[in-house]
Write a protein that binds this ligand. Structure first.
Ligand SMILES: [Zn+2]
Length: 440
């Protein structure tokens, strides 16, 4: 027997290519997929009827760059330059990471994603197995890149071997686990040419996304130029890194030639405005990217440099700084903003045919915003512009009341259903307290 439910009594923002919305909407979900969608007068009630309490329903948010383990480092080192930040707190604390502590911290991040409306996230770093277990516990969809460094890391001296073992264990089981393995060479300055080749080989053999950090700082550009005589982007292109699907976090210090390389190869970008502002890394050249047709999505980056995982709040910041940078109030409008955290996020991970908008046949990954929140009042349900503006400029993660992933409710009426939130917080507190001993 199929499991079927009809979500009713809500306004539905589909974020499809025609900007369809339903002021009095209904969505039928059958076995994890959307099987009918429309207004109440066109879609019949089928299966279990779920009263959505007058909420605003939209696609689940897609966070295309984060480091879940770093919830353990949240608010541990702030207002510092990069090297001071690493040496005084981040490195000493990271040295105390373990599989269990990484799991506790990653689960904490998942709880925050979930309660902030994120239904899919792209993750990279250590202890990938622990992060995958945390993702499965939360019920969220996770694109998980095993981080690869040429030097030894806290977890292992052989991160490429660990990455391949992780990919082999999860590849082909995505429908069951909702964990989509990826390969994550950390950055041009931590990965040698030889290791880049091994990562490309793994990406091709297992057909997985390659996710990395690129041109986050001007220092990185200088260092790579000294070593190779090229920009980081040109260096990666010369090795053939972009000859497969790639997702590039930050992407701030790019020349026109670099941007042309992105466009030529269809490389996707994760824009991380809050992390970039906090570390004073710079502002990503969004206008030049869009002019070249480069796909840009949004990421929070990790809790050590953000420090919260509220993608809607970051979206607002990301929009406002781009308006200022381009001296144009019209630049980066609310429609484009909502697309950046939904369908453009899906495109960044090659899932635009299955995720990112509410359409028949797509996975039922959706969230409902509480219209009783003062930030959602007044709401003009007949005005598309108003709905887009509400999501972009006034709503925040705390306004998300319900969340469904793959047809399963992971949060309902503000209550987390997929895991014991109190226990998750307790475990994360204990892990972080251990790591902070004699450091903070
Ligand atoms: Zn990052």
């Amino acid at each position: 027997m199929n499991h079927q439910q009809t979500l009713t009594n809500c306004t539905v923002l589909t974020v499809d290519s025609a900007d369809t919305f339903y002021p009095r909407g209904r969505i039928v979900v059958t076995d994890g997929r959307i099987t009918a969608i429309g207004n109440e007068d066109t879609v019949a009630l089928q299966g279990e009827v779920v009263d959505m309490g007058d909420s605003l329903v939209m696609p689940g948010l897609i966070n295309t760059h984060t480091h879940s383990y770093s919830a353990a480092l949240r608010n541990a080192a702030d207002d510092l330059k990069l090297m001071d930040w690493l040496q005084t707190a981040i490195w000493p604390m990271e040295a105390r990471l373990s599989y269990e502590r990484s799991m506790a911290a990653s689960t904490m991040s998942c709880l925050e994603y979930l309660q902030s409306g994120i239904t899919t996230y792209v993750d990279m770093f250590y202890y990938t197995d622990a992060t995958a277990k945390a993702a499965q516990r939360s019920g969220l969809r996770c694109f998980l890149a095993a981080a690869v460094f040429s030097n030894p890391i806290v977890e292992t001296a052989d991160s490429i071997g660990a990455a391949e073992r992780f990919i082999r264990a999860y590849k082909g089981r995505e429908e069951e686990t909702l964990v989509y393995p990826c390969i994550g060479p950390h950055a041009p300055y931590t990965v040698t040419a030889e290791t880049w080749k091994q990562c490309m080989d793994i990406a091709d053999r297992y057909q997985v996304l390659l996710h990395t950090h690129l041109s986050e700082t001007a220092d990185e550009n200088r260092q790579i130029f000294e070593q190779t005589g090229m920009s980081p982007t040109a260096w990666l292109e010369s090795m053939g890194v972009f000859d497969r699907p790639t997702l590039l976090a930050h992407s701030i210090h790019l020349s026109d030639e670099d941007l042309d390389i992105y466009a030529k190869h269809g490389a996707a970008v994760s824009y991380n405005p809050v992390s970039n502002l906090k570390l004073v890394s710079g502002i990503m050249p969004l206008k030049k990217m869009w002019e070249r047709g480069i796909s840009v999505s949004l990421g929070t980056d990790g809790a050590q440099s953000n420090n919260s995982m509220d993608l809607l709040r970051d979206l607002r910041t990301g929009v406002l700084i781009q308006k200022q940078l381009n001296d144009s109030a019209a630049f980066f409008n609310a429609r484009e903003a909502v697309r950046m955290v939904t369908i453009d996020g899906a495109r960044a991970i090659g899932m635009e045919d299955r995720l990112g908008s509410l359409e028949i046949g797509k996975y039922a990954d959706l969230i409902a915003l509480n219209t009783e929140s003062p930030r959602l009042c007044p709401l003009h349900r007949e005005s598309l512009k108003n709905l887009y503006a509400t999501v972009t400029y006034s709503a925040c993660g705390a306004d998300v009341r319900d969340s469904m992933v793959n047809g399963r409710w992971v949060m309902r009426d503000g209550r987390v259903l997929s895991m014991d939130a109190e226990q998750v917080r307790k475990d994360a507190q204990e892990a972080a307290a251990y790591m902070a001993q004699d450091v903070l």
